[in-house]
Write a protein that binds this ligand. Structure first.
Ligand SMILES: [Zn+2]
Length: 222
């Protein structure tokens, strides 16, 4: 049996953030399909999101970039970033960042997606966005498609976006809102993202290793 897919995905390299042992990006070169693009590296952020020590270190490192903020009411977590978001909120609160919510504590929340991929907040959740200062937290931002959906949704519910925080981002801003990321293209300069209908690797006939999204990857080989 060919176990190539598994082997490929285990064969990752680690990049460490600025001397923090537990803030790690695991990357595997190859040819991958993401929800909005084809990319030549897969970034595995599953342990970042779920392993407590890594999630805490990542949340605290992200919080350090916002210690000069005035008010953050809500951290809106995309792609399963809630655990990291909770540690980030905790660090910000300890550092004296205030929230103007009635109980003086931040909301750490996530959106609901409908079948059309629109981001919604039900009537019992929308007070976390409406009239609030919202920091958006995402795992990785490549094409910006998910972030744009989030910006539109937060604005629709009349929230004010105070920043965008990412573990990895290629862009430095979107819709003139700065993106502050722990890892950028500087950390692996040959990273490339292609539109689904114009992928250089597909044109060259490079086989696809896996299809991936915020939950992880799925290979075609058994
Ligand atoms: Zn491709």
């Amino acid at each position: 049996m060919n176990n190539g897919g598994y082997y490929i995905m285990q064969n990752y390299k680690k990049i460490q953030y600025n001397g923090h042992n537990d803030v790690i990006l695991r990357i595997t070169p190859g040819h991958f399909i993401t929800p909005h693009s084809h990319v030549n590296y897969y970034m595995d952020l599953c342990d970042t999101k779920a392993r407590m020590k890594e999630a805490r270190a990542t949340g605290e490192a992200l919080a350090e970039m916002y210690l000069a903020s005035d008010v953050i009411d809500t951290i809106l977590c995309l792609n399963g970033m809630e655990v990291v978001g909770a540690y980030m909120g905790d660090k910000l609160t300890q550092a004296g960042i205030i929230s103007l919510n009635s109980h003086k504590t931040m909301y750490i929340t996530q959106p609901e997606y409908n079948v059309n991929g629109q981001m919604m907040f039900r009537d019992n959740n929308k007070h976390m966005i409406s009239g609030k200062k919202v920091l958006i937290l995402i795992d990785s931002a490549t094409t910006g498609g998910t972030l744009l959906t989030a910006l539109n949704s937060v604005r629709f519910y009349q929230g004010e976006i105070v920043g965008i925080s990412a573990v990895f981002s290629i862009a430095t801003q979107i819709d003139s809102i700065p993106i502050r990321a722990l890892f950028t293209q500087r950390d692996f300069p040959d990273y490339a993202s292609f539109p689904q209908d114009g992928c250089k690797l597909c044109k060259e006939g490079v086989p696809i290793d896996a299809i991936c999204n915020g939950f992880g990857y799925s290979t075609f080989e058994q």
